[in-house]
Ligand binder design. Structure first.
Ligand SMILES: [Fe+2]
Ligand SMILES: [Fe+2]
Length: 174
């Protein structure tokens, strides 16, 4: 990535709260929320360059993409599961990670990095169709970059699980 990307993202990438995302597993055991977020920001940057967006809009796209999953908790962890157990039915569904994390990430991005309302809205809506439909170019780019990167990561994770499964199977039958 070139220096424009680094200039746009440096303050976030060096922040302890963002570095903490390395501790949270995301799409497979080898992929953290940090890895995923950086990949989504890089893809969003490439899309913004291809679409010849202005410097300001490119910066908005990249910062929103980098913070789109800045929810700051381990959604696979026991603590989050315990929290969900306090609720049932529709109440539980409404609090599931897929539905809430965009809004949590948007609030934290605003508080910690002063993202604009437009950038925060892009973050809050990135889970479309599980969230409200994106209505700006920034939001669409973040949403599409996230889907593309997540699909790639989940394919890699699935390949890893299948390899481990077959290795175990052949070890048993050998
Ligand atoms: Fe997300
Ligand atoms: Fe994501």
């Amino acid at each position: 990535m070139d220096s424009e990307f680094q200039q746009i993202t440096r303050d976030i990438l060096e922040h302890p709260r963002f570095l903490q995302l390395r501790e949270f597993v995301h799409h497979g055991e080898q992929n953290s929320v940090y890895d995923h977020s950086v990949s989504v920001a890089e893809m969003a940057y490439r899309l913004a360059r291809k679409m010849r967006l202005s410097e300001d809009e490119t910066a908005s796209v990249v910062r929103a993409a980098l913070l789109h999953d800045f929810f700051g908790y381990d959604w696979h962890g026991e603590r989050f599961r315990r929290y969900l157990r306090h609720f049932s039915g529709v109440q539980r569904l409404a609090r599931m990670h897929a539905f809430v994390h965009g809004h949590i990430a948007a609030d934290r991005a605003k508080t910690m990095f002063g993202l604009t309302d437009r950038e925060c809205e892009a973050i809050a809506r990135h889970m479309f169709p599980l969230a409200a439909m994106p209505r700006t170019r920034i939001a669409w780019i973040v949403t599409l970059a996230d889907k593309a990167v997540a699909s790639r990561e989940m394919t890699v994770a699935l390949g890893g699980y299948m390899t481990a499964f077959y290795q175990k199977l052949f070890a048993v039958s050998a």
